[in-house]
Each structure stands twice: as C-alpha cells, then as structure tokens.
Design a binder for this molecule. Structure first.
Ligand code: PLP
Length: 408
C-alpha cells in the first residue's frame, strides 16, 4: 500500500501565482472587453539578445554534425562557461572563486530549492519575511518547517526575519540561532538590496554561529549603487559560510532558455570537518544530468563584449520602467520603495486595504495586475509588488490608470 510524503499535504493549497492566475482568468471571462496590464509576475518580456541567438544557432549546427556532436554535458558544466563565470562574475570583483567551485544548472529555482537536501532535516532555517516562497516550500517538502498556522501565515520551525519599513526592509540578526540562512539581495519581493556593511554583519554572524548562508543573487545585474555587493564573496570570510546561487534569467532574459549556477566553496565545512563541495558533486551527479551544450553556449555568449553591451541595454530598459513606476507612484500619492537596485517596487496599499483587497480593486476597476504582498508572508500584508518587466508603453499606461484611481 503506497503512502505519500506526509509533508506534501502540509503545503498551502495553491501556489501564489496560480491563485493570481485564477482570479485574473475569472475576471477576464466576465469582462472580455477589459484590457489587462500585467505588472505582476516576474518574467522578462524582451526577446533573446542577438549574441545569444547566434550562439544557440551555432551550437545547434555543431551538434548536427557527427564530428562535433555532443551528448551528456560534464556534470558541473562545460569548462568554457565556468572559466568565464569565474573570471567575469568573481575575479573581476576581487573574489577568489575557482571554476571547479561553480556548478552550472538549469536555473536558480532548482538550486535554491535543492541545495537544502545536503543538510540535516534537524537544521533550523531562517528566511526574510516577506520571502520568495520557494525557500520555505522546499523546506516544507523536506520536513524541516514544522506545522503551518494559517492565521499567522507562519511555520512553527522556521525563524522569520521581519523586513519592515522600520528596518528599511533589511533583515536583522535573529534571537534564535538558525543553521541555514536564506538571504536574497537584491530582494524579491521588496526590491531592497543589502549594502556591504549589512551583508558583512551576516557573514560574521554565520561564521561565529557555524551557520550557512544560502545567498540568492538572481537580481545581481540590477545593482546600480557602488556600496551594494554583487556577490557575497566580496565580503571577507564568506567562503567558510556561504553558498551563492545565480541565474541568467533576469540578467540575460533566459527565463525560457534556462541557465543558472551555484557556487559551493571548497572551504565550506561543517563543525565536524565534512566538506560540502564533494557532497554537492555527489548529489548533482546522481540527480541531475546537466544543461545542454546549446544553453551553455548561450550563457558563454552573455560574457562576450557584445553580450555584455546587450545585457546593459536590456537592464537599462527595465530599470527605466522601474524609475517610471517609482515616479508614477509618488505622483499618485503612494509610499513605495525598491526599484533602484532591483526590478521590483514594493508599495504600501492605500486606505488600509489588505493586499488581496487592493489586488481585487486594481484588477476589477483598472485592469491592472500586481502581486499581493501577503502572498510572500505575514510582513507582506499591507504591501503590493509591481515589476519593471513590462514595456515602457504598458508601464506608462499602468501608472496613468493608478493616478486616476481612488481606493478604499
Ligand atoms: N530566485 C529568486 C529570488 C527569484 O525571484 C527567481 C525567479 O523569479 C528565481 C530565483 C528563479 O530563477 P530561475 O529562472 O533561474 O529559476
């Protein structure tokens, strides 16, 4: 008689974006005439960059010839990509990361959710609140989160790090000591990025407490200010306490191509002396069969001069939207933050509305879709996330609709 993993039924019924999709579809069915502008889901909208398209075509051509055909990729990824990552993303910023500490993957979502497998289920996790829901759900599935309280939106064994207006949406050191600490900077959903001092404080804390930081830098390319580290390895001491996860999705528009990587430093060991690097090699070679040559060549193209120029252009395009959203919100009397080092803008819901009430009003009265803050955790209640991934035109039209709006 089969039984299911008893942790799965504990997961809240519907995934945040499925619930948003359900409400939008229901509304659209009743009001087919209403044009909907989506500033909700964090997906890019611009087509693939020319350098990437060329590299993918060339890789397909190579694979179509018997002499240059390629099958399974090396388990950590091709050397040509890992050396470029090490040089461009780390050495250029003074971080000593070698190509063999880099594990190429099909994106950050898999890595941030799978990396917890190499830790004991007894480990206590800490997450920011609000939080990218994948961190928590993956630990629920693994049996590490305890029991869920739908009234408080909290799991009994998870240590929450409130990110509020009072602390500038930057997590503070907790009273209870966690073993695994998820930090996301620039942050989804708040759009806040941690500065050098703030991140160093966490690195020192993790080393002191023998905790591991799982640092999600998926939005690193959106950093504009000088005092914001692009990598946690810019902080002295991080190699003995941190794993970093990166993605090509938002950097180079790869959400549909799929490519990311994780850095597991060789110096990262448990208090008992067990190194994590060989464990992650073992795990990946058992449960993952690599990323295609085509995707990895596409990734390598991102590091060429032309690729870098195109990345800059694309980020500048989205960040122009972020600026228009920030200014539009201000003109419409909203309180908002983020959007300076991240493509996300975090606004306070007006008139004391809950975040789902605001979602419904925006959708029903103005045909606008955003993401209710409560979907990211208790501290997200009373907040709402807008993203800069639309077109200039739609962003302007969305702001115009908001300016005209009365809420409450
Ligand atoms: N990490 C964060 C914080 C994200 O917001 C996202 C995607 O939205 C991801 C990871 C997933 O990235 P990928 O497309 O590489 O799986």
């Amino acid at each position: 008689m089969f039984q299911i993993n008893e942790n799965y039924p504990k997961l809240p019924g519907s995934y945040l974006f499925s619930e948003i999709g359900r409400r939008v579809n229901a509304f659209q069915k009743e009001h087919p005439e209403q044009e909907i502008i989506r500033l909700g889901i964090g997906d890019v909208t611009r087509p693939l960059m020319p350098s990437v398209v060329r590299a993918m075509h060339a890789a397909v051509d190579e694979m179509s010839r018997a002499e240059t055909f390629r099958g399974y990729a090396p388990e950590q990824g091709y050397e040509f990509l890992r050396t470029r990552i090490a040089r461009h993303d780390f050495a250029s910023r003074g971080c000593d990361i070698s190509p063999d500490e880099i594990f190429v993957s099909d994106g950050a979502k898999c890595d941030v959710s799978n990396i917890q497998e190499i830790f004991s289920t007894d480990c206590r996790i800490a997450v920011g609140d609000p939080v990218y829901p994948v961190y928590v759900d993956a630990n629920v599935m693994a049996g590490r989160a305890g029991e869920y309280d739908p009234d408080t939106l909290r799991w009994s064994r998870v240590i929450y790090l409130p990110c509020t207006e009072e602390n500038g949406f930057v997590p503070e050191l907790p009273e209870e000591t966690p073993d695994l600490i998820y930090l996301c900077s620039p942050n989804n959903p708040t759009g806040t990025a941690m500065n050098r001092q703030e991140l160093q404080k966490w690195v020192d804390y993790a080393n002191r407490e023998h905790a591991v930081i799982l640092f999600d830098a998926a939005y690193e390319a959106y950093i504009h200010e000088n005092n914001i580290p692009h990598s946690i390895f810019e902080c002295p001491g991080a190699k003995t306490c941190a794993i970093e996860i990166r993605s090509f999705s938002k950097t180079a528009g790869f959400t549909g191509v799929r490519l990311g990587y994780t850095v597991v430093p060789r110096e990262l060991v448990t208090a008992g002396g067990q190194a994590l690097h060989p464990l992650w090699i073992r795990r990946q070679s058992t449960r993952f069969n690599g990323v295609s040559y085509i995707q990895q060549q596409a990734g390598a193209a991102v590091y060429t001069e032309e690729g870098q120029r195109e990345v800059e252009e694309s980020i500048a395009y989205y960040m122009e939207n972020a600026k228009r959203i920030r200014e539009g919100l201000q003109a419409a009397g909203f309180t908002a933050s983020g959007g300076v080092n991240a493509p996300y803008i975090w606004l306070k819901t007006p008139g004391g509305l809950s975040s789902w009430q605001f979602f419904d009003q925006l959708l029903e009265q103005y045909g606008l879709v955003g993401t209710p803050g409560a979907g990211f955790g208790a501290c997200g209640e009373g907040y709402f996330r807008l993203t800069a991934f639309g077109s200039h035109e739609n962003t302007d039209r969305a702001m115009e609709r908001l300016r005209r709006g009365t809420f409450g």
